[in-house]
Design a protein around this ligand. Structure first.
Ligand SMILES: O=c1ccn([C@H]2C[C@H](O)[C@@H](COP(=O)(O)OP(=O)(O)OP(=O)(O)O)O2)c(=O)[nH]1
Length: 279
């Protein structure tokens, strides 16, 4: 280690009591050394502008020196997700892979969620999410696609210290058995801002204005499998209606007939009678 760096470190060590966390916003040091001299360089503090802080966000100290050197910058402290296990059945959330966004959450009880019903599953953990973040409870995609299991509620506040519970909806037509120890959902830690709320008499104008709820289009080409059959059953006249696969051809929108489905999109050039049975 160069003598000048050693001298700077030793000097900083004298300025800051042990175990004190300091944010270095600006620390001006003047370093005097002479290449010919055998004595160690002298370090003098010329501006003492550093701040005690709970978190360390150090930028390198500013050093005015005739002999350029650098003071190592500290790595910012990463936020921590604290987890308290509330029973011996509880498990610390885990991530399935190195870059997984969500922490898998484990249930601690056997619970039967009836078809088209819901249930609240205990996890027996309490968490302390870092300030400036919240935990979003999200479904596990495997459970959602294979068993129609979706999560509900799902906002875990940073100041909540009670037991974490998972609300699961079973949107399928079959009962779903949750077993103790299953990974039932995942929690994603998301950054938030909580701006001050200001009531104003008018909002600024935008191109969208108050258009919403599908005003830009982009859907309504072909009903989902099954929906087509149902529409046919209900309204036999609709057999005359035309269903088309999504196409890049220009489409026209037929006006709503008295009995038929509304706004079926038809390509300008092609028409086909709907098949007896949809695929
Ligand atoms: O899926 C969830 C959603 C919430 N919570 C916990 C954490 C959250 O901080 C607390 C309150 O949730 P929320 O604010 O959504 O509930 P609320 O109905 O608005 O109740 P409160 O008036 O207590 O805020 O409940 C869970 O354990 N699981």
């Amino acid at each position: 280690m160069p003598a000048v760096t050693r001298a700077v470190r030793a000097h900083i060590g004298k300025l800051i009591p042990p175990s004190t966390r300091v944010t270095f916003r600006s620390l001006h040091l003047c370093i005097r050394s002479s290449p010919s001299s055998s004595s160690p360089p002298s370090v003098q503090l010329i501006s003492r502008r550093f701040f005690r802080s709970k978190s360390i966000t150090m930028s390198p100290a500013t050093i005015s020196s005739s002999q350029a050197t650098s003071v190592p910058a500290a790595v910012p402290t990463a936020p921590v997700l604290q987890v308290k296990l509330l029973s011996d059945k509880a498990k610390v959330p885990t991530r399935g892979s190195a870059l997984a966004a969500g922490y898998d959450i484990y249930g601690v009880e056997d619970y039967l969620i009836k078809a088209q019903d819901r249930g609240i599953i205990e996890t027996d953990i309490a968490v302390a999410i870092p300030a400036g973040y919240y935990g979003r409870i999200a479904p596990r995609s495997g459970l959602a696609t294979k068993h129609g299991l979706q999560t509900g509620a799902g906002v875990v506040d940073a100041d909540y210290r009670g037991p974490l519970k998972i609300l699961l909806f079973n949107h399928s037509n079959e009962d779903f058995q949750v077993h103790a120890g299953d990974r039932i959902a995942q929690m994603v830690i998301e950054k938030i801002i909580t701006p001050e709320v200001v009531a104003v008499p008018e909002l600024d104008n935008t191109e969208r204005g108050s258009n919403g709820f599908g005003s830009t289009g982009g859907f309504g080409v072909r009903p989902a499998k099954g929906a087509e059959d149902a529409a046919m059953k209900e309204q036999p006249e609709a057999k005359e209606a035309v269903f088309v696969e999504q196409t890049s051809e220009p489409v026209v929108t037929s006006p709503a007939s008295e009995n038929g489905p509304e706004n079926i999109q038809v390509p300008a050039t092609t028409t086909e009678t709907a098949p007896e049975k949809a695929e």
